[in-house]
Design a protein around this ligand. Sequence first.
Ligand SMILES: Cc1cc2nc3c(=O)[nH]c(=O)nc-3n(C[C@H](O)[C@H](O)[C@H](O)COP(=O)(O)O)c2cc1C
Length: 190
Amino acid sequence: MFSNFDEQYTKSFKYYFDVIMRPFSRFILKAIEKVKPLELEYICPGHGPIHKTNLRKAIELSEKFAEEYMKVVSEKNQMNILIAYVSAYGYTKEAAHIIAEGIQETEGITVDITDIENIALEELESKLIKSDGLIIGSPTINQNTLLPVYRLFALINPIRDKGKLGGAFVHMAGAGSHQILYWKTSASEA
Ligand SMILES: Cc1cc2nc3c(=O)[nH]c(=O)nc-3n(C[C@H](O)[C@H](O)[C@H](O)COP(=O)(O)O)c2cc1C
């Protein structure tokens, strides 16, 4: 109710947009077109803060954020595959580069090979947004994958990333060095 759009409020407004609303940008822009000509007294969304002041500011900012997101999504004219990996001793990294070489034999595909061990989540998410396909690589440590991979899973958004290609590879002692043990690609709608 206190949408004064001071520095702190604007920061929180943007944060809310980024973590909740962003995947719905296309629908936000359509809704804004309908709302713009109306005389507004309140904005009471089904999800998120109610506004009774600075209504036009709330609309303007939402429109700006949604347009920025749609620009990133639509500007791509070629397919981009994100190979996100973690590697303690370098074998998974090596496998990531071998896979990238193979993919790049096909024209019109760019590959972004990213070590995700220490990457900021915002940076990783923006790479995910730009990707049409995601391939994840991890060594097996104590019969498990590593925390950065779980963090990456948490960033995958079922609404935004639905239908993207997916693949995974793992490096483990039992198979010997330089072996890709598991490789799967699908265009699941789930
Ligand atoms: C502490 C530790 C635990 C490991 N646990 C497993 C395991 O449970 N299963 C397995 O197959 N390999 C295991 N390995 C072997 C690694 O998965 C293997 O060395 C892998 O190739 C490392 O990949 P990287 O070079 O990308 O770090 C373990 C290695 C270490 C150092």
